[in-house]
Design a protein around this ligand. Sequence first.
Ligand SMILES: Cc1cc2nc3c(=O)[nH]c(=O)nc-3n(C[C@H](O)[C@H](O)[C@H](O)COP(=O)(O)O)c2cc1C
Length: 562
Amino acid sequence: MAAGFGEHSDPHSLPGNPSAANVPFSEAGLEFPFEKAFADLGKGWLVCGSPSQPRLHSMENSRTPGAPSAAGSATSILGYLPPTPPEFLGDRYFTQQHQLRHAYVGGSMANGIASVDLVSALASSGNLAFYGAAGQTPNRVEEAIDELNRRHPGGTWGSNLIHSPSEPTIESDVAELLRKRGVRHVEASAYIDLTEPLVKMRLKSLRRLASGEVTSDLSIMAKASRLEVASKFLSPAPDEWVQRWLQRGEITEEQANWAREWPICDDLTAEADSGGHTDNRPLSTLVPAFCDLRDRLGKTLPRVNSVRIGAAGGLGSPAAIAAAFALGAGYVVVGSVHQSCVESGTSAVVREHLAKAGPADVIMAPASDMFEMGVHLQVLRRGTMFGPRAKKLLELYRNHSSLDELSSVDRQRIEKEIFRMPLEEVWQLTRQFFLEREPSQVHRAEEDAHHKMALVFRWYLGKSSDWANRGIADRALDYQVWCGPAMGAFNEWVQGSSLEHASSRKVATVAEALMQGAALHWRLLDLQRMGCSIPAGPWATPDFALNNFTLDKQPNSAVRYR
Ligand SMILES: Cc1cc2nc3c(=O)[nH]c(=O)nc-3n(C[C@H](O)[C@H](O)[C@H](O)COP(=O)(O)O)c2cc1C
């Protein structure tokens, strides 16, 4: 942010500027060096002097307006800078309920990219974070959950539960595992409609406390990018399912009754232009639309009113995070930027690639899990050919109904450039994979040649993520790396700072820098509203934000983080 925004020489001439009244004020408390006072976000400051040279005075020892000072001098008060520590950004009820320091969430990243170490680092620094369970076998998820439970029993971490239309048993197995292990936070994502495993999980978590109050042992943070989907999460469980589960004795009569009053989620993230699955919606329209929907549905289902709306997608700089809170988000969710951090489950070579990306180095490409439906996701473009190659496969799938229909030119080209083996060999590998994981897929493919084609093509889409995560050098041009424009924005912000290189990006430090930076940005905006010019300074840099931070300075540092 440029120093010196606010070009007005006299704020009193601004129409309707209530904070800029020239109130005579004697001894407005001690003046502090601008930089020191500005950075002390936990304190409120009186802004004195002139708009072109604002001076910050302590609130301590200040006298009442109009009272004569010892020296008899009067000073102009331009306004009041309220305390703005990062802990004050977002919905305070959200941070309080989840026992967080920041309204900051590390979003799930598939295939363990949101690794145990990444989740653990965020959880132990006062944030909420979700393990990247998607694409993992239930055994791997179980190991990760057990490790997180060991490191942070009852802590501020959770796991992803991803809607998997092509592998429904995986979704229900993971849901059951999370329930049995008593995982307290679940990020439910990629849902187009509600599913039974998710809804049953919600209802089974409801119980009555000794006080008589009904509570849920599970907090569900749902993620959506469309209002139709959002409204399903903000509605009660479908009655038909509730009655069926009641008859089968899978839920109690009380749970069936409470089902009418409880929405499916506790928090609902509006996902805009993010890495991975995205509809590329603008955050500025999506967050307010989700807030309006919540308020509307809350009129008929009162519990919906307490659902917090979060913001995800494109949050890679302090200004973007401050803007998300200004839009009404109760919390923010970050993904792409975390993938470039040392704890992420991807390879060092991918982290290096990510740290060099610019905001435009991303592209939409077909998604493996919803390939047949033509769903796309956002990936890194720089240094990889994955995007165009995956698009070519989707085009062939759409224009042909079986592998046998492919022209010999197309077949040879994809066997040589993309698969590096005959398609029949790819099918044998794919068949073996699905026999172990979801055998119904193999049976279907043996009846349906178009489905077999999809599974063969999805082999490449699945493998390309794996090659990237393992850093297989020979397949560098095929790396599939989910990534949104937030990555480039972050890289631009940290250029020349201690966070420039991927090898120095620790996720808790990155989160701290972004939240401190957002709070500093908020303070700059407060000054701007008073018409002040900001003295030249390093206000917007990551190192200023980080040097500024000491935990014991923060107002609620007494909170214990687990
Ligand atoms: C590499 C990567 C993998 C992701 N995998 C998942 C996932 O498995 N489940 C999910 O709910 N969201 C996933 N996301 C989305 C993130 O949780 C988060 O919502 C999103 O990245 C926020 O937008 P941003 O990328 O602009 O920060 C993924 C994002 C990235 C970058």
